[in-house]
Each structure stands twice: as C-alpha cells, then as structure tokens.
Design a binder for this molecule. Structure first.
Ligand code: GAL
Length: 421
C-alpha cells in the first residue's frame, strides 16, 4: 500500500512535465518559456518589441518571455554572441536577423534553420506579403524567416528649428548639402551628426553617399560586380564622403547612432543620416515628425529607397519550439506588425497594414516604398553576406580616419573581387 501511495505521489509530481504518448512512449512537455534574442535596446526599437510581447502575453499568458538583448546598434555585438551560441548548440528560441544575405548566407545555407513555410501556409499569409519580400527570405522554395518590417536606410533627419532660424532648406542634392553645411558651420553649428562607435554607422552613411552619387543601378552593380569600387565614379562617391566628414561632430567615434540622433534633437548638430529607426527613437522621446524634426531622402537619393528588413527565424533545436512557432505567428500577423511598427519607426512588411496607425513620416515611407526604386542596404545585411560586410566595415575603420580615397577604393575592390556575384 505504501509503495502504491509513493508511486502515486511521484506521478502527481511528474505529471506536469511528462505526458504519455501513444505506444507507451513518453514525451517531455516543453517548459513554458520563450527566449527572443535581439539587439533592440534603444528608444523606439525596445518599445516596438515590447508591443509584440504584449500581444503574445495576452494570447499565451502561461508562457514566460525571456527578452535576451545584447546592446549595440545594427547587431554589432549581438551577432557575435549569437554565433557563439549557435556554434555551441545553444540557440535561442528565435532571433532577430536581417532578411536577405545575412539570413540566407549565414544561417540557412549552413543548415542551421528550420523552414517555416508552413506558418505562412497555415495562416494563408503568403499573399499578404509582396513577392519581393518573400523572395529575400526564401531559399530553394522554402521560407526561412518572418519579416516584421521594412526600414529605410537613406534618410537625412534635420532639426526644423535650426533650419528655419537660419533660413535654410533641407538639402536634396550634394551641392545643396554642402551649401547648407557651410552656412551652419559659419554660425558655429555642427552640420552633421555621426555616431560611429559601432563602425556600421559610418558604413550606413557610406551606402547613402554611394547610392546618391552612383544612382540606383550602378549602386546595385557594386554587389554583383558590374560596378568597380575603384572606378572613377565610385571614387567620386568616396571623395564626396570625405568632404562630408569635414562637417561632422568631433566626438563621433565615441557616440552611438542614438546619441547622434539626440544631437540633432537638441540642436547641437543640424542633420544626421540614419535609418528610420531614428523616427522610432524620436517618437520614444515625445518628438513629432514634421514639427520637431524633418526628413528628406539623403542627398542625391530622391526616388530611391534603400531597404532592409528585420526578421525572426526558427533555429534548429530551438529549446521551446512550439512557443517559438507561436511567436513567429504573432510576428507574421497584421495585429503584431501594426502594434510593432508605429513605435519601431518602420512600415509593415505586409501589404495590409492599417495606414491610420502610422505618423506622417511613416505614411511617406509607405508611399515611397510603393513608388521608388528599391535597392538593398549593405550595412544591414540585405545586399551582401556577413563576411563581405565585415570586410567593408574593416576598410571603413581606416577610411574614416585616414580619409585616403585611393586606398579605400582599392581595398573595397579587393573585398568585392572575393564576394561579388
Ligand atoms: C538595424 C536594425 C534596426 C535597428 C538598427 C539600430 O540593423 O535593422 O531594426 O535596430 O539596427 O539598432
């Protein structure tokens, strides 16, 4: 009798973690947890993520969310931590990854991800996404991540009061940019804010300048090898970049992208070139688009939309796979995207977002995404594989300080010869 009782007590304790499957086999029930890995810690990006967590918690209150973040814009620190975890067989349940080469070349081709086409099929979501977006998250006919947004990289943000007080107009061309910069410098205002304590921010500004000088077709040619980085046109872009550097804040190497955006908000600097997560940052500070700050496509890039997309995928061996599939389903839903994006400073990657929820800047981004030429961002994983991006960032580290156009052109071309296809 005692033995039977002891057995019963044991079973009661074991019951929450063991279910009996058919054929007498035991299957472990997953712990009710979900670990989401990202680098979203700054104002705007962290708020957007929290909105998606809120929806998830409403739907699945029994699942505990572990918000695993590693600070550092553009994943400058997070990506290394993720690589170590993945190599060590310790993946998070789902992680942030840029759609395009970063997702496919780094993780999918290496066999580290599960296809998630079934999530799109079961929810009838394939037609809710533009074909071009489905393309960049697919490999050999399977979809490998859920794109939660579309970001624009080539935006120049400016302080409206500083501009109006000085009778200035937002610069659409490089000639206008240098005119405005001169006028501001003459008044003792630092024209351009840069926060490249993560070198990616310098690369980020470079992609806008390359695109502005070369135009969208030749810019695309940089990634397939048809535009040489040491050609006279590309070098003209590099020389333009050096000229722009003459107008940036002296403490740029000690500052992050959000610090640079804040300089513009404070009027310490007048302009910054940053992706539209800057809009998310300003929103988190209570600043309003077109009132406190203005925007215009980076010089020379009117009519072009340098795009990138944040996505989440399902690593093989995710410890809480069911919880991760539920997460990805929230990320892919209209509800999830319309909660996330207005705070993140991005537009939904779905075609059916509710426009009314988006501010005047984001509405303009929606319009431009529909009408502009779309080209991929290199600083954010869309245009090139991570190996190539790392080499580009390494060249940038030297270029920003030695400002040697010929050397940078030759070094960029050396990297391109290895990777372009
Ligand atoms: C980008 C990312 C954005 C934003 C930004 C700054 O790479 O796509 O969502 O987080 O970095 O951290």
């Amino acid at each position: 009798m005692k033995r039977v009782l002891a057995l019963l007590v044991l079973l009661v304790f074991l019951f929450p973690c063991v279910v009996f499957a058919g054929g007498g086999q035991e299957k472990k029930v997953e712990e009710q947890k979900l670990e989401i890995f990202s680098w979203w810690t700054a104002g705007g990006e962290a708020d957007g993520l929290e909105q998606m967590f809120k929806i998830y918690k409403q739907k699945y209150p029994e699942i505990e969310i572990v918000n695993a973040t590693v600070a550092g814009g553009a994943g400058s620190n997070a990506k290394a931590v993720l690589a170590t975890r993945m190599q060590g067989g310790n993946p998070p349940d789902s992680f942030q990854v840029h759609a395009g080469h970063e997702l496919i070349d780094t993780w999918v081709v290496a066999g580290k991800m599960e296809p998630i086409t079934f999530i799109f099929k079961e929810n009838d979501y394939i037609k809710a996404y533009p074909e071009g977006v489905i393309d960049i998250i697919s490999y050999k006919g399977e979809i490998y991540s859920v794109p939660v947004n579309i970001h624009r990289s080539n935006v120049l943000w400016y302080n409206k009061k500083v501009f109006s007080d000085n009778g200035l107009k937002a610069p659409a061309t490089f000639a206008e940019f240098f005119e405005v910069a001169e006028a501001l410098a003459a008044k003792g205002i630092t024209p351009l804010a840069l926060g490249d304590n993560g070198i990616w921010a310098a690369t980020h500004m470079l992609e806008s300048v390359l695109c502005g000088v070369l135009g969208p077709d030749k810019y695309k040619g940089l990634w397939d090898g048809s535009t040489a980085w040491d050609s006279s046109e590309a070098k003209k872009a590099l020389a333009t970049y050096v000229e722009m550097l003459q107008y940036v804040n002296t403490d740029h190497a000690a500052l992050g992208w959000d610090g640079a955006a804040q300089y513009v908000a404070d009027g310490t600097c007048a302009m910054t070139i940053m992706g539209d997560w800057a809009q998310g940052y300003y929103t988190s500070k209570g600043l309003k688009a077109d009132v406190d700050y203005g925007w215009i496509p980076a010089p020379g890039t009117g009519g072009v939309f340098i795009m990138l997309s944040d996505s989440f995928g399902l690593p093989k061996g995710a410890p809480h796979r069911d919880a991760a599939v539920k997460w990805l389903t929230v990320c892919a839903s209209k509800e999830g995207q319309d909660a996330f994006n207005p705070l993140k400073g991005s537009i939904p990657s779905r075609i059916d977002g509710n426009r009314n929820l988006y501010d005047v800047y984001l509405k303009s981004a929606m319009d431009d995404f529909g009408a502009n030429s779309i080209v991929p961002s290199v600083a954010h994983g869309a245009a090139a594989s991570e190996g190539w991006v790392t080499e580009i960032n390494d060249v940038m580290t030297f270029f920003v300080s030695d400002q040697n156009v010929d050397k940078a052109g030759a070094d960029f071309q050396k990297a391109a010869a290895k990777y372009a296809k």
